[in-house]
Design a protein around this ligand. Structure first.
Ligand SMILES: [Zn+2]
Length: 329
């Protein structure tokens, strides 16, 4: 198996968790490599999701101008190229980039244009997902849903709910997701990572997302596993990140293989490139070493990802053709 050559996808990747050391050092020369590893990146384990989330502002605070946002997109596409990613859905919360006077709409326009440019430069097909966050007010959540609607037909493809699942209730997010559903917008939501299957059930029931971000703790409820498989509800699984934020002690304990064998449609994703400090090539190698995964599993997951991608069918089909042209080595 030639992991580097395998065509890959990313459905779950946070823009504001993926700045490379080189870009961070360029945007803030005071951050040297030691500081980067101590305060910005997550190279090993942290104590819980809240500890993970505390590190996020260190990258986000650097992404407050048009130039920095554009540089961030270019930097991430370069990293995706190194992993041979053919399709990426990248997410972020536009409301978190207003520190220097940009409006959320400005932010989306800038990032959307940068995606157009970098997709053309690299040949990587891409879409953007806009996040509302668990601690956002109902008003900010609705503004995010309306931005997805406003930019419908561009790279902007979907609404997501992210951030601290265990620390904040779902209620303020419900109306935004209803708006998205009523306007025919794609939707995904984080659940079943910091909390168990009850959170996945609640998210499916209250937000009616098309996919679930993570969802791995669904494994604790066999009825939920069946529900996901029977209703073809896709899980955006981020195994290395789950271990680094200590949802699971070791990769051996991660349920990705069990969920896959149970017929739950799932994909392999990094969640971030710096927080956690990981690449798809590395993560594929870890899955191969731990579960004996090979071309069959990796290509099936890429196929699952394209089936669940927030794309028009003609683009989905052309990417599927690209995947099918890959000859196992
Ligand atoms: Zn995430």
């Amino acid at each position: 198996m030639d992991i580097a050559a395998l065509p890959k996808t990313e459905l779950h990747l946070h823009l504001d968790c993926s700045l490379s050391y080189d870009l961070i050092h360029r945007l803030n020369p005071e951050v040297d490599r030691a500081t980067f590893l101590r305060d910005v990146a997550l190279p090993e384990k942290c104590s819980d999701l809240a500890d993970f989330l505390r590190r996020v502002p260190n990258q986000m605070n650097l992404m407050q101008t048009e130039d920095a946002l554009r540089a961030t997109v270019t930097d991430l596409f370069t990293q995706l190229q190194a992993d041979n990613v053919i399709y990426a859905e990248i997410r972020f919360a536009p409301h978190q980039h207003q520190q220097q006077g940009l409006s959320p709409e400005d932010v989306v326009r800038i990032v959307n244009e940068a995606f157009d440019l970098e997709s053309a430069n690299t040949g990587i097909e891409s879409r953007l997902i806009l996040c509302t966050l668990r601690h956002f007010t109902a008003e900010a959540a609705m503004e995010t849903a309306k931005l997805v609607h406003l930019f419908q037909g561009t790279r902007v493809a979907a609404l997501d709910l992210a951030a601290d699942e265990a620390g904040f209730p779902i209620e303020p997010q419900v109306a935004a997701f209803r708006y998205a559903r009523e306007h025919g917008l794609f939707r995904t939501a984080h659940a079943g990572e910091a909390k168990g299957p009850e959170s996945v059930w609640e998210t499916l029931d209250r937000l009616a997302p098309i996919r679930i971000g993570h969802g791995v703790r669904s494994i604790e409820d066999p009825r939920l596993v069946n529900h996901l498989a029977e209703n073809n509800i896709h899980l955006e699984v981020c195994p290395a990140c789950n271990v680094m934020i200590d949802v699971y002690d070791r990769l051996e304990d991660h349920p990705i293989d069990k969920l896959y064998r149970a017929g739950v449609p799932l994909s392999i994703n990094t969640d971030g490139r710096t927080l956690p400090l990981i690449t798809q090539n590395l993560q594929y190698q870890m899955l191969a070493d731990t579960f004996g995964w090979g071309d069959t599993e990796f290509l099936a997951c890429a196929r699952n990802a394209l089936k669940a991608a927030f794309l028009p069918d003609n683009i989905r089909q052309s990417l599927m053709n690209r995947l099918n042209q890959y000859h196992v080595r």
